[in-house]
Design a protein around this ligand. Structure first.
Ligand SMILES: C[S@@+](CC[C@H](N)C(=O)[O-])C[C@H]1O[C@@H](n2cnc3c(N)ncnc32)[C@H](O)[C@@H]1O
Length: 206
């Protein structure tokens, strides 16, 4: 049945995810981004924020292999993937003690920080943009503090609001900046993925 805005909950990518045993159709988004920029390699340590139900985690786990480590965080508990090198944390990334909680699971550094965090949408564009940017900001802050030099950053956000300022920070921190709208993104969605490639070393302290 046709729906308003052409939204089809069980579209091609939904069916493909089901057929391939992936937990979410969003898995194809990180797969496309990772392959396009060569982000993920065997043995890496990757932080995945907004990781439930685990579609991104499955793709990342496959790419980093058994010698890699993946940490998935979401306010919603993530069902076990049944392997020892995936650790999950059920918590709110906006909570004041999030940093300490994450440190208990893995203190870093991370080779790649990925965020698919998305707020519950209110339908008010400026509110949703601001909430999305706040979540992406948590990811960027972590990537800046605990991301490895030469490592990468990927974050979903709804463009608008203070996006220009956010882009400026990513451009300053990473050698290369990309803006991606993966093929699996639903038509009509406001989301884009900001990609920071190859983190720069910190500036020499004076
Ligand atoms: C689009 S879904 C992520 C899908 C996931 N990448 C996958 O492939 O299965 C966005 C997630 O962000 C999480 N989220 C939103 N706000 C959060 C917060 N403040 N702290 C932790 N997780 C949050 C939601 O619970 C939701 O699971």
């Amino acid at each position: 049945m046709a729906r308003r805005g052409g939204y089809k909950p069980k579209d091609h990518y939904f069916q493909k995810a089901k057929a391939e045993g992936l937990r979410a159709r969003s898995a194809f988004k990180i797969d496309e981004i990772a392959k396009r920029f060569g982000l993920l390699k065997k043995g890496q340590t990757v932080l995945d924020l907004g990781a439930a139900p685990g579609g991104f985690l499955q793709v990342i786990l496959d790419a980093v292999g058994p010698s890699g480590t993946v940490i998935g965080v979401d306010v919603v508990p993530i069902r076990s993937l049944g392997v020892p090198n995936v650790r999950t944390l059920a918590t709110d990334v906006l909570a004041p003690d999030f940093d300490a909680e994450l440190c208990e699971v893995h203190g870093g550094p991370f080779d790649v920080v990925v965020s698919d965090l998305a707020p519950k949408t209110s339908g008010i564009r400026t509110t949703d943009e601001a909430r999305s940017l706040r979540l992406a900001g948590v990811a960027l802050d972590l990537a800046q503090r605990r991301g490895r030099v030469g490592g990468h950053f990927v974050a979903k956000l709804f463009m608008g609001g203070d996006f220009d300022a956010f882009r400026g920070v990513v451009k300053a921190a990473y050698t290369d900046f990309k803006l991606v709208r993966p093929e699996a993104t639903r038509g009509g969605s406001m989301e884009v993925y900001v990609v920071g490639l190859s983190k720069r070393p910190p500036p020499p302290s004076s």
